[in-house]
Design a protein around this ligand. Sequence first.
Ligand code: FAD
Ligand code: DLZ
Ligand code: SF4
Length: 511
Amino acid sequence: MPVLRVVLGDQLTHDLATLTDAAPGDVVLLMEVMDECTYVRHHAKKIVLILSAMRHFAAELASRGMTVDYVRLDDPANTHAFRGEVLRAAARHDASAIVVTEPGEWRVLRDMRSWHEAAGCPVEIRDDDRFLCSIRQFRGWAQDRRTLRMEFFYRQMRRQHDVLMDGAQPEGERWNFDPENRKKLPPSHAVPPSPGFAPDGITQEVMRLVADQFGAHFGGVENFCMPVTAAQAEAALADFVVHRLPEFGDWQDAMRTDAPVLFHALVSTSLNCGLLRPRAVIAAAEAAYRAGHVPLNCAEGFIRQILGWREYIRGIYWLHMPDYARLNTMRADRRLPWFYWSGETRMHCMAQAIGQTREHAYAHHIQRLMITGNFALLAGLAPDDVDEWYLVVYADAYEWVEMPNTRGMALHADGGIVGSKPYAASGAYINRMSDYCGKCSYDVRDATGPRACPFNALYWDFMARHAERFAGNQRMAMPLRNLQRMAPDRIAAIRARAAAFLSAMDQGEMV
Ligand code: FAD
Ligand code: DLZ
Ligand code: SF4
């Protein structure tokens, strides 16, 4: 009797824990199911990515001699749920056991834990060893700590995995080169093109399927060019290491009109569905530094994102779920305005971030955090709505990584588990880090007039609304002091401007 080895759409890694001990005769199950395509209305390009990558991966497994059972979306017997398909396959193959790797979302783990009740055979759920920190190790690290700051976690990971180390010391005698990495990109500075991959026959077939079945979802399938195989993902990584990593750190926080990628890596879609292994990405960046092709501030800044932030965010998710999904410390309850979907707003920064998201299912970190995330924080948008938006719109979004970034880092709805202070910023920050404000119909220097930048009024309104909450927070002392120094009639005018803006927005007016 064969072992049924279940591989989910974000587990497309040849040495996945599920597959390492596969014996001849075992069956690998991959399943395209409606439940996963529709539990949120994913961006059309995200569905193309997953289904195309699944089909390519299945073909690679078969070419390596493995027996693959691939359930397609149009299979008339498809139950369109993981559970239904696993049970059907277990019966079809008379499986002696089911082996699977832990999933990326709580709802799937809860479901998986009950498969054995109906399967009639044991179900083994294995650790996902593609991550460099297991869920158990993170729990151990978090135990007895009052605050879970990423920086300390990151240092431990550097030591443990001997990454960018000089003996027991960090390379360059510093753990973190962030202060060097906050430069504004000069208008004349050239940005290298980012690579794209022309859809092959498999991808084109999936694009037609997605356009047909999910035409009402956000975004479209047109111009799809993401990596869908490990070979393409590796080529994309190599392109980044040569052309963009050498300047990644310097312009990491910069934004420019009509330039969605800048010096970012574009590796999250491949990392998160398994086409790239984080260890390999980190090793490529470190090797480029050791070979003298990449300065330390860029190599360190990039490696921190993967060895630090990515692992830390996953640890936070599993440490705090399922309660994390209900946290709303700031008591934010405003519904998501329609322009998050349409991109129709006079705020040029928001129109850019949302428009690029709609077109590419991608926006870089500072756009996610300091434009759409910052606006949601300042305007008091409901975390459930905002979470859902981020899960829908990005091709790299799975709950384990989306939720702590959104609810925690961007919205501060977790009360400070992820960040010791909210990433709240006025228009001045956006003006400093981008060319957006010069092209906007609002005036970034104004906070009260009819053309005043909404981020300015909303920022001070946010500070005033939450002054008491943040009174004891040292990191909020400066903005709160500045607020206290303002004349009462100035504060009143700013808050009136914020209220008028929010009221217009709530009524669906063009803002
Ligand atoms: P780069 O900027 O080149 O960074 C390299 C890699 O570092 C990324 O590919 C990613 O794997 C990792 N990384 C960087 N920052 C983070 C982070 N904060 N958390 C986890 N990994 C990180 N990332 C996702 O992968 N999926 C999401 O659904 C997601 N949602 C986000 C929501 C919000 C509100 C915010 C603020 C950030 C979110 N991020 C998410 C993190 C980050 O924005 C993306 O990983 C990054 O933009 C992906 O593009 P890139 O590969 O070009 O990244
Ligand atoms: C995102 C996604 C989509 C759109 N479709 C499928 C699918 O048809 N089959 C599948 O195995 N996985 C899919 N996925 C990825 C899953 O949603 C993901 O594996 C879970 O969220 C667990 O992380
Ligand atoms: Fe955004 Fe304000 Fe700048 Fe316009 S002026 S781009 S709304 S920050």
